[in-house]
Design a protein around this ligand. Structure first.
Ligand code: PLP
Length: 351
């Protein structure tokens, strides 16, 4: 979270300006909250240039519930086949859930290379009648990121899990049928998931779906089909405002993210016999920089010495090990500079 946003939340915690009570004491039907919800939506629309062909929904259940909601709305009860590109742990999980809802085909799986890259368009074939084409733009655990969208034939909606790079760079929403992101990686606190979905896809859900799982209910009720996570939406709205007002939009944010991640990759490359980068060059994530060290001992030493320098949360995900340095939007340039310097010193001392 950006520090200035945390400070605003602290200032307004006891009493929302003009409201006479805390946001947490207010009904979600109160006009003051409805204004907050619309403001968050409008900031996201303006950052990503989203027109009215798309609904912007604020849902619960994390990115994980979308793994099920997407196929439940779009292929359940039909003979359509959903096609998936799997480039890491989250894509794999999405496939597992989708299989419970209908016909699923994995048309690319980077497993054999231990998920160190993303495919090029020539590497997979999407059927013209696919229910949708699904991918994850940034695999958070492995640190591989698509630099441009996969290609899907006209009529096949492209669906993206953008949980860990949402609002980190500009994108052309018109290429997507749907793009979604849980907030807690790059856009706010845990508890809310932003779903941007083209309106013609909203109506696909069958009436026998559990109500919460049907996009149509949420779209018709303006994300108030049941009580939405009010505080998380409020904080997310503040982060979006910060991106507009303080950062200056997504072009500026992307430039900063490029700079931060490049500082770290430069150190990895300069000490290639010491640090082993996980992702191949073309597919390196600008959010999660993943690399390993020559031994488990050095890995432990790296983590503990880094922690003494106030460099936290560097241990890689338990499923892959190594180091993962996440330099999400809110990480200031100085944070990446401090880590880069630490890495250089550590390699010189221990290499
Ligand atoms: C964290 C993450 C998820 C899971 O999010 P939850 O909100 O915990 O369900 C899914 N996809 C990606 C890319 C993630 O980074």
């Amino acid at each position: 979270m950006p520090l200035s946003v945390l400070q605003q939340l602290q200032d307004e915690m006891l009493c929302l300006p003009g409201a006479g009570c805390s946001l947490m004491e207010m009904s979600h039907r109160d006009q003051a909250f409805i204004d907050i919800l619309h403001d968050a939506e409008n900031s996201i629309r303006s950052l990503l240039n989203i027109n009215d062909d798309y609904a912007v929904l604020f849902l619960q259940g994390g990115a994980t519930l979308q793994f099920s909601m997407i196929p439940a709305n779009l292929i359940r009860g039909t003979d359509k086949v959903a096609q998936y590109l799997v480039t890491g742990a989250w894509g794999k999980k999405a496939v597992g859930e989708a299989k419970k809802e209908g016909n699923v085909e994995v048309i690319y799986d980077a497993k054999e290379s231990n998920y160190n890259h993303v495919p090029k368009a020539a590497d997979y074939q999407v059927r013209d009648d696919a229910g949708y084409l699904y991918y994850c733009s940034n695999e958070t655990i492995q640190g591989v990121q698509f630099q441009e969208e996969p290609e899907s034939p006209a009529g096949v909606p492209l669906i993206c899990d953008a949980s860990s790079d949402f609002l980190s760079r500009p994108l052309d929403i018109r290429k997507y049928g749907m793009l979604y992101a849980c907030a807690q990686k790059n856009a706010g606190p845990a508890g809310v998931t932003v779903v941007i979905v083209r309106r013609d896809l909203i109506d696909a859900g069958q009436p026998d779906l559990p109500g919460y799982l049907n996009y149509k209910n949420h779209a018709e009720a303006d994300s108030e089909w049941n009580t939405p996570p009010t505080f998380a939406i409020y904080a997310l709205g503040k982060v979006a405002r910060w991106l507009v007002d303080d950062i200056g939009g997504l072009d500026a944010m992307a430039k900063l993210n490029q700079e931060k991640s490049q500082l770290l990759y430069d150190v990895v490359d300069a000490h290639g016999d010491f640090y082993q980068g996980h992702a191949v060059d073309c597919c390196r994530s600008k959010m999660n920089v993943t690399f390993n060290l020559p031994s488990d001992e050095l890995l432990k030493k790296f983590v503990s010495e880094a922690s003494a320098h106030n460099l936290a949360s560097l241990k890689g995900h338990r499923s892959v090990g190594g180091i993962r340095a996440s330099v999400y939007n809110a990480m200031p340039l100085e944070g990446a500079q401090t880590l880069a310097k630490f890495m250089t010193d550590f390699a010189k001392k221990n290499g």
